[in-house]
Design a binder for this molecule. Structure first.
Ligand SMILES: [Zn+2]
Length: 192
């Protein structure tokens, strides 16, 4: 075990403590259901909120009811964020970010750490909830640790864990600021 593993474990414990102390309310679940157009199965907590209070990303348990492994622990639910990220994906930004990972060792290293931090977070959730994570233990999301495949998943990590954890999620957030930002409410889903 390296030093970073220990740091990431402690970080994961603190984050899970914070999330478990504020479980999703029925109102949160209702809003997320309308955001996604389906019931958010296995939703543990709201991982990030808009300045208005509506959920932007949710934290989902490692195993859904019915025994289905679910690797996308941090899941983007804000329709405005989803749309903004789809716009930059369509503009070819993922190729640019893959090139950046190939060329910039510092970014690549931070991205590999973001993968470990994702796994540490999921592992902590699995332990607290008693979920089996053996099917997804080494799988994070979005293409990590070496590729960029889904900016939605990477942005969700940035929103849930904060900036400074996932460099590609951070770049994505900066890139879409004219369309989406957590501190500017553009929510279209009614609260009730
Ligand atoms: Zn809002």
């Amino acid at each position: 075990m390296t030093n970073n593993d220990t740091i990431f474990e402690q970080e994961a414990k603190r984050l899970v403590d914070t999330l478990m102390a504020q479980p999703a309310t029925q109102s949160d679940i209702d809003i997320v259901e309308r955001q996604l157009g389906r019931y958010p199965r296995g939703m543990v907590a709201v991982g990030a909120r808009c300045v208005c209070g509506r959920p932007l990303a949710v934290v989902t348990r490692p195993m859904l009811p019915g025994g289905i492994p679910f690797p996308t622990t941090c899941y983007l639910t804000s329709p405005e964020a989803v749309k903004a990220v789809s716009h930059v994906e369509a503009a070819g930004v993922m190729r640019e970010y893959n090139d950046l990972l190939a060329e910039d060792e510092t970014v690549a290293h931070a991205y590999a750490d973001a993968h470990q931090r994702y796994l540490a977070f999921r592992h902590e959730l699995a332990e607290r909830l008693g979920d089996d994570e053996s099917h997804i233990a080494l799988t994070s999301a979005g293409g990590m640790p070496t590729r960029v495949k889904c900016l939605h998943a990477l942005l969700a990590q940035t929103l849930v864990m904060g900036e400074g954890v996932n460099p590609i999620g951070d770049l994505t957030l900066a890139r879409i600021v004219d369309e989406f930002a957590p501190n500017v409410c553009r929510c279209s889903i009614d609260a009730e």
